[in-house]
Design a protein around this ligand. Sequence first.
Ligand code: HEC
Ligand code: HEC
Length: 304
Amino acid sequence: MSEAPHGAPIKTPGQLIAAVIAGFAVPIAIIVLLAYYVDNTTRTGAGTDELSAQQVAARIAPVAQVNVRDANAPRVYKTGEQVFQAVCSACHASGAAGAPKFGNSGDWAPRIAQGFDTLWKTALSGKGAMPPRGGTSPDDYSDYEIGLAVAYMANHAGANFQDPPKPAPGAANAASGAAAAAPASGASATDANAAQAQAAAAAIAAIPQASSAPAAGGGAQSADASQAGKALYQQVCQACHAAGVLGAPKFGNKADWAPRLKDPMDTVYNYALHGKGQMPPKGGSTASDADVKAAVDYMVSAAK
Ligand code: HEC
Ligand code: HEC
């Protein structure tokens, strides 16, 4: 029989200590849980970050912002990737409005075949649903930066373009015409491939003049048709035909060419001149008919 008074639940010093600790711990635990319950800023529904600080900031961000810049500060150029992310990706990431899709070599190959300088100029002046400079102003992005973005996109879709030459420090923001003056001067040709690609781009740009005024550049063109054919192949056709891009018959591959060469040569020339399936007319170039035929001959002779 216990001598303790009836009804008193605490009978030993140990029980007393336990009761005191519980007396503190339970309310504290409740307070902590309540505080956590009230402060819900960091918790979101499973599978969503809608309430995260960045997401909220993005939703309530002002539509327009005024950017005050020091006109005398040295200009810090964005990289091609940064310009692409900020501007061009709006259309080019998804292929919106018929834009050639980022990383899609099928979309880009015929455009890449036009050469870097042409693409650069097109990006500056606009084309169809593509707004000039992607809709930016020369104050936002210089010609040079737009050129970097062009090279960035094209190089992610199979091209091997060199970045445009960086404007000299202190030079006024390059005027739009600068794109035309920019080509092969490429001061730092570190990579032989890139230099070759740039030379090809410059050569493609020169083709229209060459065919109307044979004095320009390759004056010997028509004199030596096979040279012209080889040159045009290297400038234009190899963009697709070297590796078989888009299903093009591969240069020097007999099996690819044999079925096509069952057609009379006139038919084969016609395909090259006027296009066939994914093959753009004249490979997307503005070369003369004679040069295109010479390029066909050059390719055909390599596949016999
Ligand atoms: C509003 C949508 C939009 C934005 C933004 C945009 N583009 Fe385009 N872009 C297009 C469309 C559409 C085409 C296809 C035009 C055509 O072939 O008719 C295109 C085509 C191009 C081409 C290929 C031109 C050619 O000759 O085939 C280049 C190069 C290009 N864009 C560069 C850029 C660069 C660089 C930027 C960012 C500074 C940019 N674009 C931003 C819609 C856009
Ligand atoms: C944009 C990529 C591309 C470029 C650049 C290109 N081709 Fe093609 N070419 C193709 C494709 C794809 C085919 C296969 C077409 C098919 O069979 O549907 C092809 C097929 C051909 C054929 C075979 C046609 C046949 O079936 O008889 C010839 C010849 C040809 N190209 C010549 C040229 C010449 C010459 C150039 C340069 C002036 C050139 N190509 C540039 C993509 C290209």
